[in-house]
Design a protein around this ligand. Sequence first.
Ligand code: 5CU
Length: 445
Amino acid sequence: MSSKNKKNPQKPSQEGPSNPTPPPGEQPTQPKANKPIIVDIHTHMYPPSYIDLLQSRTTIPLLRSFPGHPSPRLVLLPSELPLLSHPSPSHPPGRPLTESYTSLDAKIAFMDKHSISISVLSLANPWLDFFSTSPDTTTTTTTTSPDTINAAAIKINTEFELMCQTHPNRLYFFAVLPLHPTTTTNLTNLTEIVSSLTTSTFPHCRGIILGTNGLGLGLDDPALDPLFHLLQDLALPIFLHPHYGLPNQVFGPRAERGEYGHVLALALGFPMETAVAVGRMYLSGVFDRFPRLKIILAHGGGALPVLAGRVESCLRCDGFLYKMEKEGKGGRMERSMGEVLRSQVFLDAVVYSEVGLRAAIGAGGEGGVGRLMFGTDHPFFPPLGEGEGEGEGEGEGEGQWGSVVVNREAVDGVLGEGSEEAGMVLGGNAIRILNLREEEGGEES
Ligand code: 5CU
């Protein structure tokens, strides 16, 4: 990791017009030179009750054993669905359920191996979306009662809270919400659950993780307004994460037959999904209605940083929206997409390249460096075992994970190893933005 490329360092962000000065206790934390505090804000787990849920299911997401393969496999992605009905004996769909997905000891060992002081845990995709009407209708479960879904969310959040309590100062979490179509008629319950996240029951909760599905109609669904209102009022950020990617047909029949593994779905489908979700929120006026809502986008905002200008341009030239505005029927946003990105949006630094990282920093404007937070996406993208086919031998491996090193090197390469700016992205920003304060009697990393 070299400091030769100290290019384009930028100043810390003021958090936009809605948050001109950080409140007391949210002052920027400056890490010590050369030994930055590393905070991982993008790190997943499946706690025990979620594994039970996966085990009980017959369609994605599920856990399934395949003859000739020692460990059960986690089959999660819509792109894996065609392979589930005709699994190849040598390359069954999914990924082996290793300890990395389920064990807190494995998470701590991973953190220690990568000098990560603090992790903000979250349930991995697809959260509890399968209880809702999803874009992939085969994953719909309509018979589950709202009480059961609420109870599942509370149980999972409690499991995360307890994990955090066993490692004070090292672990926090983003909670999962029980979103389902009946939520709108059941808002009191949802309000109670969301409000509880800021009480002494969940002292380690720092926001919520959300997919792009919402209640089944996406995040521009006006039925979500009460939720956004509440999250804004409680100052609970959304960590927005993709899961559905793009429809399988986009990638062609060879991808549908599994010939390209997960590459297209994860590398190209996920980032487009994130960009589309935020574009829909923007055009529907979510950010105008909730200007204090904070949203953290996974994978450096996906395709959004490079496409935000194009969204603005298309909006400026759209005859239909122009006419709507003239007729006083809306159509225009109060702020440009760029302004929203510079004031309400934060990005993780899980982009795997200097080019991508520069775009993510640029999206935040002058204060872009102050809006970016390091992440690993653990336990996804592990090192693969030597000579093992299709990830069967994947695991912790001996050294640091290549997927993590590449992200760390991009930060050091763009901002300069040991620089103040690199320290902000690696940990200082997360400590400030997510208010990761020291607890008494906490453990050292
Ligand atoms: O490899 C994968 O399937 C995934 C996934 O499902 N979610 C994620 O965040 N990264 C990779």
